[in-house]
Design a protein around this ligand. Structure first.
Ligand code: ZN
Length: 273
C-alpha cells in the first residue's frame, strides 16, 4: 500500500493517489496546491468555494482537477461540511450539486455515500482527515470529513455502518484510505479534545494522545481514524494511510494551522466507474 503524487497530465497538476483502490473499478484522487489559477493564500489549486477566493477561479480549478482525473466536468456532488457526523446518501438526482455554487451544495453534512456509477463524491480539507471508503463487491463508496470533532463523533465508523445498512456492504470487503491531514508532529490540542475522545473512544487514549505538558497533547488523527475503521470491522491490510502531514507539507497541501486560518482547500474525490 502506498500514497504518491502523480502527474495529472496538464499545467503542473499533481494528484495524490492510493495504490489500494483498483483503477478498473474506481476513480479517485487527492488534490494538491499544484495546477490551479488561484493566487496569494489560495495559491494555486484552491477547490473551496467558501473560503473567500474568486468564484470563477475556483470553478475553473475544479474543472482542471476533474479533467486530470478523467471525470466529466461539473458531475460531482459536494456538501457544506460542519464538523458534524451526519451522512447523506446521494444518487443520480444529486449530480452537480454545489459544483459551481456553494449554496447549492448539501447543507450540514460531513460524509457522502453512493452506489451510483459516475457520480464523484467531492469533499474539502485543510488539515482535517479525508477518509475514503470503497467496496468492490457491492460497488459502493463513501467519503468522510474527519477533523477532531468528526473523528471523536465517530464519522468514519458511522459512514461504514451506513454503507452496510444501505448497500449490504461487508466491512471486511471495504477498502479504505486515510488521506493527508495534520499529523501528530504538528497537531497540538487542549484538554477539551482529550475529554471529547474520552466520552466516545476511551480505549484509544494512550494510542492517539501524547502529553506535551501544561494540559497540552499531540493528537494523532490518522491513527484515531485507522483504529475507528478497524473497530468498524475493516481489515488492517485494507487500510491505506498516507501518513503525510499537511502542516509540515503546506507548500503541497493547504493547512489551516500552518497558514493561520485563511487558506484554500484540497479535495478528496472518489467515484465508481
Ligand atoms: Zn507535521
Amino acid at each position: 500500500m502506498s500514497f504518491s503524487l502523480v502527474s495529472g497530465g496538464q499545467k503542473n497538476l499533481w494528484i495524490g493517489r492510493f495504490s489500494i483502490f483498483p483503477d478498473d473499478m474506481f476513480i479517485h484522487g487527492i488534490s494538491t496546491r499544484y495546477g490551479g489559477e488561484s493566487t496569494d493564500r489560495f495559491e494555486a489549486l484552491n477547490l473551496g468555494l467558501h473560503v473567500g477566493d474568486d468564484r470563477d477561479t475556483v470553478c475553473h480549478n475544479r474543472d482542471v482537477f476533474f479533467d486530470g482525473l478523467g471525470l466529466v466536468r461539473g458531475s460531482g456532488v459536494t456538501c457544506q461540511q460542519v464538523h458534524g457526523c451526519d451522512i447523506m446518501v446521494v444518487n443520480r438526482d444529486d449530480i452537480g450539486r454545489g459544483m459551481y455554487a456553494y449554496d447549492e451544495s448539501i447543507p450540514n453534512i460531513d460524509a457522502l455515500i453512493t452506489d451510483t456509477p459516475e457520480l464523484p463524491l467531492m469533499l474539502f480539507f485543510a488539515d482535517c482527515t479525508p477518509v475514503l471508503l470503497a467496496d468492490p463487491v457491492r460497488r459502493a463508496i463513501g467519503v468522510a470529513h474527519a477533523g477532531w470533532k468528526g473523528t471523536a463523533a465517530g464519522i468514519g465508523m458511522k459512514t461504514v455502518q451506513r454503507m452496510v445498512r444501505e448497500y449490504g456492504c461487508k466491512p471486511e470487503n471495504i477498502l479504505a484510505s486515510i488521506g493527508p491531514a495534520i499529523g501528530p508532529c504538528c497537531y497540538e490540542v487542549g484538554e477539551q479534545v482529550l475529554t471529547s475522545f474520552d466520552k466516545t473512544f476511551p480505549q484509544y487514549k494512550t494510542k492517539i494522545f501524547a502529553s506535551v505538558g501544561d494540559d497540552k497533547y499531540r493528537l494523532n488523527l490518522w491513527e484515531a481514524n485507522r483504529l475507528q475503521l478497524l473497530d468498524a470491522g475493516l481489515v488492517q491490510d485494507n487500510i491505506d494511510v498516507a501518513g503525510v502531514c499537511t502542516a509540515c507539507n503546506h507548500k503541497q497541501f493547504f493547512s489551516y494551522r500552518a497558514e493561520g486560518g485563511t487558506t484554500g482547500r484540497i479535495a478528496a474525490v472518489l467515484a465508481i466507474k
